[in-house]
Write a protein that binds this ligand. Structure first.
Ligand code: GAL
Length: 491
């Protein structure tokens, strides 16, 4: 694929290019993207799991970021550099509370994994009302809204550096958002869509704008008054008394300092008059899969995505260890989509979309939608994969199974099966770098309860076409890094 200028910018923002863009990830365990930063920015070590491109003159603060599930719950604090915001963090913002809210998230939103867009992978900090509105209009013109895409989400860098000195509210940047967030929200709502915003459970966001720790109530009230429907809540710049070192009291990570920071925002959100879907951007720290559903609707399982095959395989591999956590109102978040960014092959883009769909991760597109070609649009609007992802009757994802036809275990696993309202589906990823024949024996597929010589109809979800009736097994040639997606029904 030839990179047009906007796509090239996307690649820069996502860190998949030679040099990382502002505030992008530039190192850490499992990181395969850029390890140096563009001029004026320096790659600063934060902890073994995360380094970030920060302004070359930045000062120090504290944050901690894990990129993999191999993290035990310990989100040990370490020193990183970050831009210092001009906001003051009052004593109340860092004092640990005497009692912690136990209220759970709203049940009026977040039953199914979110489908939408977020500007970060495409634009980084260079976000504006125009770009958000362009994405919303593309939802309508490209058929994404008809396919079920709903949320148009703003990421970091939407605010002014200082809170309002009288009300303590965060102030939207008037240059980027001339009609405020509320004006933009009204325009997005007028299209029949929903709007999301970004905050941080520390004293400043990852890009140095006001954090919400200690300001949960005032910020949740602002979000609600602007008409916000979705909050992504990040984990940068956490004061040291709010981090976790070692196991939390009673061994339950719901009672960890990390979880308590997120619980404070849960309580503030549910006190608002409208439901706000709540995403915990906690990068797989603090065993979030154990308590995420008691606090929010979805939770990040890793550090930042990149437009690389190695990111796709590593996050699938992480996520498959924690699929028991996934059900209605509870979704492991594999991070925002990279279709349209970098140099993923078509097969890799298909696998990216299919895996996020069959593992029921939120799917938030992360590119300039106007640059997508018709093949990419057909991937992200595939009605059968979206129906599996958005099934109103079955909340569980597909799970890996052991196929007696495969020669050995792969990382990530290749064979997955899951139920939908239509029946049993099988998904097969060819993790190898060359075309291979993949064969599923029906007796191996969980949920089919097949006898050894039983016949099944096999239906291709990608093309919505029946492939025929097969006895005992179904084999198919799969391109390098591509994914087969079929519905298997007893004859
Ligand atoms: C990171 C987060 C990214 C993006 C960025 C904004 O911590 O994982 O998804 O939100 O902060 O600064």
């Amino acid at each position: 694929m030839k990179l047009s200028t906007p796509l090239l910018l996307s690649a820069l923002a996502s860190g998949a290019s030679a040099q990382g863009g502002p505030y992008s990830q530039c190192g850490g365990t499992g990181w395969t993207g850029a390890t140096t930063c563009q001029s004026g920015w320096t790659c600063i070590y934060s902890n073994p799991y995360y380094s970030q491109c920060l302004p070359s003159t930045s000062s120090s603060s504290t944050s901690s970021k894990a990129s993999s599930s191999s993290q035990s719950g310990s989100s040990s604090s370490s020193t990183s550099s970050s831009t210092s915001s001009t906001k003051t963090s009052s004593a109340s913002s860092t004092a640990t509370p005497s009692s912690t809210p136990t209220v759970g998230p709203s049940r009026l939103t977040g039953k199914l994994p979110a489908l939408g867009w977020n500007g970060w992978n495409a634009y980084g900090c260079a976000i504006s009302a125009d770009k958000v509105l362009a994405a919303a209009n593309s939802f309508v013109s490209l058929g994404l809204q008809d396919a079920g895409y709903q949320y148009v989400n703003i990421d970091d860098c939407w605010a002014e550096q200082a809170r309002d000195s009288t009300t303590n509210s965060i102030v939207p940047d008037p240059t980027k958002f001339p009609n405020g967030i509320s004006g933009l929200a009204a325009q997005v709502h007028a299209l029949g869509l929903k709007i999301g915003i970004y905050g941080d459970a520390g004293t400043a966001t990852c890009s140095g704008f006001p954090g919400s720790l200690g300001y949960e109530n005032v910020d949740a009230a602002s979000f609600a008054s602007w008409g916000i429907d979705y909050l992504k809540y990040d984990n940068c710049n956490v004061p040291s008394n709010w981090t976790d070192s070692g196991n939390p009291p009673g061994g339950d990570w719901y009672n960890s300092n990390s979880a308590i920071r997120y619980r404070q925002m849960t309580a503030a959100l549910v006190a608002q008059s409208q439901p706000i879907q709540y995403n915990l951007c906690i990068w797989g720290n603090a065993n979030v899969w154990q308590w995420g559903a008691r606090v929010g609707h979805s939770w990040r399982m890793s550090g930042d995505s990149s437009a690389t095959w190695s990111y796709i395989t590593s996050i699938i591999n992480t996520n498959v260890q924690y699929l028991d956590a996934v059900n209605f109102f509870a979704h492991n978040d594999m991070d925002m989509m990279e279709i349209g960014n970098g140099a993923l092959t078509l097969a890799e883009q298909r696998t990216h979309f299919a895996a996020w769909a069959f593992l029921k991760s939120p799917i938030l597109l992360g590119t300039d939608l106007s640059q997508l070609n018709s093949t990419q649009i057909s991937i992200i609007t595939n009605s059968e994969l979206l129906a599996f992802h958005q099934d109103p009757n079955i909340g569980t994802p597909a799970n890996p199974f052991t196929s007696s036809t495969s020669s050995g275990t792969t990382t990530p696993p290749e064979f997955y099966a899951g139920a939908s309202s239509k029946g049993i589906h099988v998904f097969v990823i060819n993790t190898a770098g060359s075309t291979a024949t993949k064969t599923m024996k029906f007796v191996d597929v969980p949920g089919l309860n097949a006898t050894s010589s039983q016949s099944f109809k096999v239906h291709d979800m990608w093309s919505s076409s029946d492939l025929g009736t097969f006895t005992t097994s179904y084999g198919v040639s799969v391109g390098a890094h591509d994914t087969v997606a079929v519905l298997v029904t007893p004859v």
